[in-house]
Design a protein around this ligand. Structure first.
Ligand SMILES: C[S@@+](CC[C@H](N)C(=O)[O-])C[C@H]1O[C@@H](n2cnc3c(N)ncnc32)[C@H](O)[C@@H]1O
Length: 436
């Protein structure tokens, strides 16, 4: 028998939720309970084949090619549903650009590299990075750079093209191809768009994922006296046109993702994140490069973090699906576990620490000194506060990196414990190196 889940009890474990600009009490109203095209689609699906997993629900609601929230919306920024660090301050992207150049130098200045961004939103982050690449043209001269964007959203890919490409050079489009769009940046760098990471050429690459892993579908599980039971979504028998959470009557295959020694009583697992981390790790171990992942998350300690955002407010995840963003905290412990064999990992470390180590204070001072416009100065200071303040994004957001083992350990994986550790240059941003 499918057992109803008491939703409000689970929500209590998230006392204060942050995505974008505002704090919330967590007592989000279930207003706006209208029948959206997505709700109609999901009810039809559930009536035909039975309750669906939370992962299937997230995937349908966010990326269904016809009605998905990400596919046709521009949800970022003040007028959208949430705001992200690159949209808050140019300094964020500039420091990340410096990080990639620093890693490129530390790894021996390869003759070419690909910059691959997963889920690039409005293209703002890659735009800020490309500006740094242009400003440091003398350092990168003779390096053959190409940009590769992995994006499922038709709407956002159009905005990315507007942000990043030179309008005088027409875009090449081919919806049937794995590379569905091609263009050239304002500084003459080729840009290609893909729907899947697997389709990006396997060259020497630097990968970037900012607020990407948190939108990937999660399975949710609850510990019961009978063992782990997966949370599903069903139609509420009491109220037509309403969805509710239920527990599966027996074990489901996704339970295999739960660790045998798991001590929490509610867990979220994201197999898609595991697949992507394994793909990144495989690529980095074979061809070199690095991945930088920034997101809000935890180290395998949190329980129910699944939530919705609409108009900069928390939104009931089951209400008016398709009109609000759905997200769950990234489990960095799980990401590390998926990567460990093939590559080394650093972090997660808090955003405030990473940005401080990258020199955010110096960069802010330079920009303040250069500007005599009071409103610009105020904007710079407010942006800094939003990114760095521990009560805002400074603590909640984390940085995590994947690097070839040799990058951190020199050739230590070939040495025994008695031999001294070979020197490797520190990795910018991560002040304490984790020797794994
Ligand atoms: C929360 S937004 C973050 C945007 C941007 N990185 C930023 O920080 O401003 C998530 C991004 O990932 C994209 N996205 C969501 N699911 C995806 C998937 N399965 N594959 C590729 N892109 C996806 C969305 O369209 C959007 O561009």
């Amino acid at each position: 028998m499918w057992v109803p889940v008491r939703r409000c009890a689970a929500r209590v474990v998230i006392p204060c939720i942050w995505r974008g600009k505002y704090f919330s009490s967590g007592n989000e109203p279930a207003e706006n309970n209208r029948v959206t095209p997505m709700l109609r689609h999901l009810m039809y699906k559930i009536k035909s084949t039975g309750p669906i997993t939370v992962a299937e629900y997230m995937k349908e609601v966010l990326t269904n090619p016809a009605k998905g929230y990400y596919v046709h919306h521009d949800m970022l920024g003040e007028k959208g549903d949430f705001i992200t660090s690159p949209e808050i301050s140019q300094i964020f992207g500039e420091l990340i650009g410096i990080w990639f150049i620093s890693e490129w130098i530390a790894a021996g200045k390869s003759a070419a590299f690909q910059l691959v961004e997963l889920g690039p939103g409005r293209g703002t982050l890659t735009g800020d990075i490309l500006r740094v690449f242009s400003q440091l043209g003398s350092v990168l001269k003779n390096c053959d750079i190409s940009i590769h964007l992995v994006e499922v959203s038709q709407k956002l890919s159009e905005i990315q093209a507007l942000t990043l490409t030179e309008e005088k050079i027409p875009l090449e489009r081919n919806a049937e191809s794995l590379v569905y769009m091609k263009g050239v940046s304002k500084s003459g760098i080729p840009i290609s768009w893909y729907r899947n990471l697997q389709d990006v050429p396997k060259g020497y690459s630097f990968y970037l994922a900012h607020e990407f892993f948190d939108v990937l579908p999660v399975h949710k599980f609850q510990k019961t006296p009978q063992g782990w039971r997966e949370v599903f979504i069903d139609i509420d028998p009491q109220v037509s046109d309403k969805l509710r959470f239920v527990l599966a009557p027996c074990a489901t295959p996704a339970e295999a993702f739960i660790q045998h020694d798991e001590t929490r009583d509610h867990v979220e697992v994201c197999p898609d994140a595991g697949v992507i981390i394994q793909e990144l790790s495989q690529r980095i171990s074979l061809t070199g490069g690095a991945a930088l992942i920034a997101d809000y998350g935890h180290d395998g300690t949190k329980t129910d973090t699944f939530r919705g955002f609409c108009g900069h407010r928390l939104h009931d995840v089951l209400t008016a699906p398709g009109t609000a963003d759905l997200t769950a905290d990234v489990d960095f412990h799980y990401l590390r576990r998926m990567a460990e064999e093939k590559v080394a990992s650093l972090g997660p470390i808090e955003q405030q620490t990473f940005l401080k180590n990258m020199g955010i204070d110096v960069r802010l001072k330079v920009l303040l000194d250069k500007s005599d416009d009071p409103s610009m100065r105020q904007q710079l200071l407010q942006g800094y506060d939003m990114l760095m303040n521990p009560k805002k994004m400074g603590e909640r957001f984390n940085f995590f990196a994947l690097l070839p083992h040799q990058r951190l350990h020199g050739r230590s994986h070939q040495m025994n414990a008695q031999q001294s550790r070979p020197s490797a240059s520190p990795v910018a941003g991560f002040d304490e190196l984790t020797w794994r």
